[in-house]
Design a protein around this ligand. Structure first.
Ligand code: CMX
Length: 138
């Protein structure tokens, strides 16, 4: 099952400008930055409140014009792109959701932030929300 909200993902055009904005305006702290070629993103984890109690906003900037985030920005502009939940076992969580009629985007989990293992529920099966499942690294 789902354990907690892992992060809320926000698509942005300029990662450095977004980090500066979330730090200055909302007082969040940037706790991690990485480039994930497989997902086509440069991303930053912004911690809300005293780390790590308050959860994170994940800022997502496109690495290429054909990436999922570039396509999202073209269609919808900047804004909330996904809601991610922490799970203990991403295969088990994906199987449970498949058995309830959800389409998962990947047959097998892929690599997410900081070596986590991830999969997604198609937004058309989840009321218009792209749902990410995150199994943290051990
Ligand atoms: N949230 C809600 N709806 C979305 C959406 C999103 N993020 N992305 C697409 N949609 C909607 C589209 O608006 C479209 O709706 P309509 O048919 O009503 O117009 C529908 O889904 C299907 O669109 P599509 O053109 O077939 O699909 P895309 O090529 O845009 O791909 C998706 C959508 C979800 C399959 C793709 O974005 C994807 O593979 N996402 C998973 C990977 C990802 O998002 N990586 C970046 C984050 C990395 C990380 O979290 O680490």
């Amino acid at each position: 099952g789902l354990l907690r909200i892992d992060h809320v993902g926000v698509a942005v055009a300029d990662l450095d400008a977004a980090i500066e904005f979330y730090s200055r305006v909302f007082g969040m702290t940037c706790v991690h930055v990485e480039e994930n070629q497989d997902q086509g993103v440069r991303e930053a984890m912004m911690s809300v409140g005293p780390t790590p109690a308050g959860g994170c906003v994940q800022l997502l900037a496109p690495l290429s014009p054909t990436s999922a985030i570039a396509k999202f920005l073209d269609r919808s502009g900047p804004g909330v792109q996904q809601v991610a939940y922490t799970v203990r076992d991403v295969e088990a969580a994906a199987a449970a959701l498949r058995s309830r009629g959800m389409r998962l985007l990947y047959d097998a989990p892929r690599r997410g932030t900081a070596g986590s293992r991830i999969n997604f529920v198609h937004p058309k099966d989840a009321g218009g929300v792209l749902v990410e499942l995150v199994e943290p690294p051990r």
